[in-house]
Structure formats: C-alpha cells, structure tokens
Write a protein that binds this ligand. Structure first.
Ligand SMILES: [Zn+2]
Length: 428
C-alpha cells in the first residue's frame, strides 16, 4: 500500500467537524493495519466520534505516532471536489491533504511497511489517530489522555504542529515543534455612573474609561522572552541571512525586520518572543441619550511557556489599575518539551539525512495548539513535524484550512520515510 492511496481514500471519507464522523476513517485505517496483523482498537466516546489506537511490536521502548482524523469544513469555491481525493500531476487533492490526513496516512503506511518487511522491533510503536482535534480535542486526544492514558503512554510522541520547511538562500530549514503557547482569554469590566446624556458631567462614562483601557493595551510593550530553543532558531536564521546580529531582547524587533522573511513567518516569530494581547470584543451603552454605567471587553491573550495566569493578571493590573475588573474566562497552560533529548537529536539528524545536504533542522514553538497539549500535560513529551520535500511548492501551505488543499506525493513519501526510519532506529 502506498501512502498516496491511503491518503486519497482517507480524504474520501468526509470527516468535517462538526459533525466529525471520524469512526469511519478510524475503521478504514484499522482494516489496513489488521491485514498485516497489527492490533487495533477504536475508542468511541460518542456515536461516530471514534479514535483509533494501534500497537505494533513489543519491548521496553515506546514511541507514539499521533495524528487527527477530523477536518475543518471545506467551504465553497474550490477548483476541485474537496472530498474527491483525486491524484493528478503528482499531487493528492482534497480537504485534509495537509491537515492532518497526510500525517495519518504516513504514520499508518510506515507501520504497514515495517510489518510487511518483517522488521522486528525491540519496542512498541503506538499509532493514535484521533477525533475532534479541530474543535479542541475533548472527544479525541482529550478523552484518551483522561480515560485511557496507559494505552498511549510512550517515551515521546510525534504529531503535527511545525510549520512547513522554509527555503532561505537555497537552504531548506526544517522545524520540530517543541512547545505551544497557552491561552489566557480575559474579560475586562468597567463600571461607571449612569445619567442623562444631555448632562454627561453628572455621570461617569464607562465606555470612555474602557476606551482608555483598550488604548493602553494597544500601547503595551510586553516583556521579551527568548527561550533557549527560540534563541537557537533566531541565531541560525541570522547566520543564514549573513547578519552579524546576536539576538537579544533589545534588538529582537530590529532583527525580525532585517531577516526579511515572509510577513506571516515574521509575525509568527514575533509572537513567539512575547505574550500577545488582542482586544477583540467590546460592548457598552444602551441608548444614545444615556451615559453608560457598564462597558465590557474581551481579550485574546496568548502566553509563552514559562508564563502563567498570575503573570497575566499582574501585567493587566499594572497596566490598567484597579478601576478595571479583570477575570480569566478561558485558561490553558502553555506546554513545552525540551529539545535537549535523544529523540530530538535523532529526529533532527534523520531530517538532515532525508532532506539532503544543507538541510537544517531547528526547534520552534507554535502560537496555536494541537493535540500535543494533552500529551504534554499528561507527561508524554511531544514533538510536532511539518516535513515536506525540499522542493515542495510553498503555495500549498496556504491551503491549510483554506481552499484547494493539497499535497505533493514526494512530500508525503518523505514524511512516510522519515516516520518509518525513526521507528526503526528508535525501537531498534
Ligand atoms: Zn491539524
């Protein structure tokens, strides 16, 4: 079985979330794996919302390959049928082709090939293909870690989550995701005194005071934090660009401009060096002739590994003072796995071997989150990959969660080879 065939058939099983319907995709993969004697189990916490767990080999070492089976809804205006899985011109087309059915197909294909070749592993390869990742993962990885953690516990996990490779001055840069920012969504409330709008000085206008608070947030300069993995990444980018700049908290914004990267990538790096605060909802007032006594605003706040809820509340208090009530409405800790480990070194070395001479592998953290947050919170170190062939078309990356999602066969095969070889070496 070749990975492009598995991917094409997986795409044809519509797992748009909502409603998900991942059990059908889990069954499809289970049938393939069972044909070569690999044990499979489908955990289904709600009808149709199944996640697959497969286990292959035996021994003290344990390696977890995890991906998700659900996809975001396709939307309109595609140039091809989103669930066709059509293979044409060296490309597999359809929703899920780079998020994340490519990884699911590559992980399953790697196990199938190892089984077929009769490779005897001195350890266990566990494959988890989860439901519900796109809407937070409560019914997928969240359920597995809360209810059957021992079925997926491993020395480390390989998941999605890194950006696709970047080509700078002809040099391919590959990334391994080692952390994800946390969320600290907050609600601000300002209370004033209402009065008739014809004599506003009698009251205390909550909208005016909130507007000052929001203006202060826009001016806020968050503390710059360079975690060692990010420092290594920035140093390497600086070296490749031929800049003689050692990244420091003081020169970081200057360095980011000097690197002359794509805007998306620059802003991603900027967000990896600090907490971000974005006031995204504001509301107050009931009538044009009444001075409002209440105004509320909701902030999307993302924090770095090492920062926490107390830090957020302290910073908001310093900036806004006691006149603005602040509560966290949704909080999730950042997560992190060190790059100073045997698995990381093995993955980085293998990337260099497969991607060819000159390819560099660097650690990165994400501004958003994946199922890796559940794994890391449960004590399973997790690494995210976004490996593609060195000559892949970067335009493909923008199709994630967008129109015309697709992947080239060479990239899918590189992923498969990487995962096959990683399992072979780690579980040797
Ligand atoms: Zn995904």
């Amino acid at each position: 079985m070749i990975p492009e065939k598995i991917l094409s058939e997986l795409i044809q099983i519509n797992t748009s979330n909502p409603p998900g319907n991942e059990t059908a995709a889990a069954r499809y993969l289970a049938e393939l794996l069972q044909q070569v004697g690999i044990d499979c189990e489908i955990i289904e916490p709600a009808a149709g919302r199944g996640s697959l767990i497969a286990r292959f080999g035996a021994g003290p070492r344990k390696l977890l390959y995890i991906s998700h089976l659900d996809v975001v809804p396709a939307g309109d205006d595609w140039d091809f049928e989103p669930f066709s899985g059509k293979i044409e011109g060296g490309t597999i087309h359809g929703r899920g082709a780079i998020d994340c059915k490519d990884l699911a197909a590559a992980q399953v294909c790697a196990a199938l090939e190892l089984a077929r070749e009769g490779v005897s592993l001195n350890g266990e390869l566990i494959i988890a293909a989860t439901a519900d990742e796109e809407l937070g993962g409560e019914l997928g990885a969240g359920y597995l870690t809360a209810n059957c953690l021992e079925k997926i516990r491993a020395d480390f996990a390989v998941n999605e989550g890194a950006p696709h490779p970047l080509l700078i001055k002809g040099q391919p840069l590959y990334f391994i995701q080692v952390g994800e920012k946390g969320t600290a969504w907050s609600k601000l409330t300002v209370r004033g005194v209402s009065c008739h709008g014809s004599m506003p000085a009698l009251g205390d206008n909550a909208v005016v005071r909130m507007s000052r608070a929001v203006a202060a947030l826009a001016e806020y300069e968050p503390e710059i934090v360079l975690i060692p993995e990010l420092l290594a990444l920035l140093r390497e980018l600086s070296r490749i660009r031929g800049l003689e700049m050692e990244p420091t908290p003081d020169n970081i914004d200057e360095l980011l401009e000097a690197l002359e990267l794509e805007r998306d990538f620059t802003e991603m790096l900027r967000a990896m060096t600090r907490m971000t605060i974005s006031p995204n909802i504001i509301g107050g007032g009931v009538s044009t002739n009444i001075v409002p006594d209440l105004c509320e605003s909701e902030l999307d706040i993302r924090i770095l590994p090492g920062q926490n809820a107390d830090y957020v509340l302290q910073e908001l208090f310093k900036l806004l003072g006691a006149g603005v009530e602040t509560v966290l409405t949704e909080y999730r800790e950042p997560t992190f796995t060190s790059s100073q480990t045997e698995p990381y070194r093995l993955m980085a070395g293998l990337t260099g071997e497969l991607a060819g001479p000159g390819a560099v592998c660097l650690p990165i953290i994400s501004t958003g989150s994946t199922d890796s947050k559940y794994l890391r919170e449960a004590g399973i170190p997790a690494y995210g990959i976004g490996h593609m062939a060195p000559d892949y078309d970067p335009a493909v990356s923008a199709t994630m969660h967008g129109r015309n999602e697709r992947i080239d066969i060479k990239s899918l095969r590189l992923k498969t080879d990487f995962l096959k070889e990683l399992a072979r070496r780690y579980l040797a």
